[in-house]
Design a protein around this ligand. Sequence first.
Ligand code: NAD
Length: 294
Amino acid sequence: LKKKAKAWEKEASEVKLAAVLGAGIMGGGVAYQSALKGTPIIMKDINQDGITLGLNEAKKLLTKRVDKGRMKAGQMADVLNSITPTLNYGDFKNVDLVVEAVVENPKVKDAVLREVEDAVREDAILTSNTSTISIDLLAKNLKRPENFCGMHFFNPVHMMPLVEVIRGKKTSDRAIATTVAYAKAMGKTPIVVNDCPGFLVNRVLFPYFGGFVGLVRDGADFQKVDKVMEKFGWPMGPAYLLDVVGMDTGKHAGEVMADGFPDRMKHAETTAIDVMFENNRYGQKNDVGFYKYE
Ligand code: NAD
């Protein structure tokens, strides 16, 4: 993945202050990683519980670093102080780059992106952490689509090195260069990919989930499938991975993929993911999915 610097990389604008919309699994992780690596970040959600969860997760990860001797207690306070939690767009005029990380729903993302576009300066870069939704679709109603691209982190953000930076048809070199530079500043390995539903990683991963739910429909025991995939060498099996991702996100992302690739991905029948979702078994986020968590 290491390549010589491209000409467009010189166009990067400095990101002195970032913002993340949504303080959930991904938004909380982005806030933690940005603050840890030295870029202050505003973390906005629509409910206080989300903010509290996001901040608690950051505190937990920082406490672990202090306990392991990788950070001093004073540094931990500085990192936490560089995450500014908020329920409104008050300070967004000073923001250089926004990562949108709200629910995987095109309509909600469209509304949130248009709202934040009015709250930031004209030169601010907007990005979406969508797992699967086309960047061109999300850019459709933006006034400045040239300032918009995908910035797709993986879960858990603090552990996963890869970030997909997705170039839409109207995305400028400056937007890509700024997003790539910010990903690198966060200690990540960005790759620039073209736009399509699922981008690169989820075009590989979702057919795998499709294979898994097909096996379960044919009568396979999900725990056995997980054990086999671990022996195969994967860090975790598909059922456990779906619990980590969140069944709501998995279901909605799966639907985007099925709509995007109807010949290859369409599932006519109800899947194990649908059954989990309908029974409020979202995975680790609410302590029960395929497995139970305490
Ligand atoms: P989540 O359910 O944990 O968090 C979503 C958060 O967004 C919640 O706290 C919710 O209150 C908040 N929110 C909803 N509407 C909002 C609004 N209008 N303004 C601000 N906040 C709002 O979801 P998540 O797993 O963090 O997923 C977020 C995004 O990241 C989705 O697009 C998802 O596809 C993507 N993603 C998820 C994973 C994963 O493994 N979970 C991995 C990569 C990308």
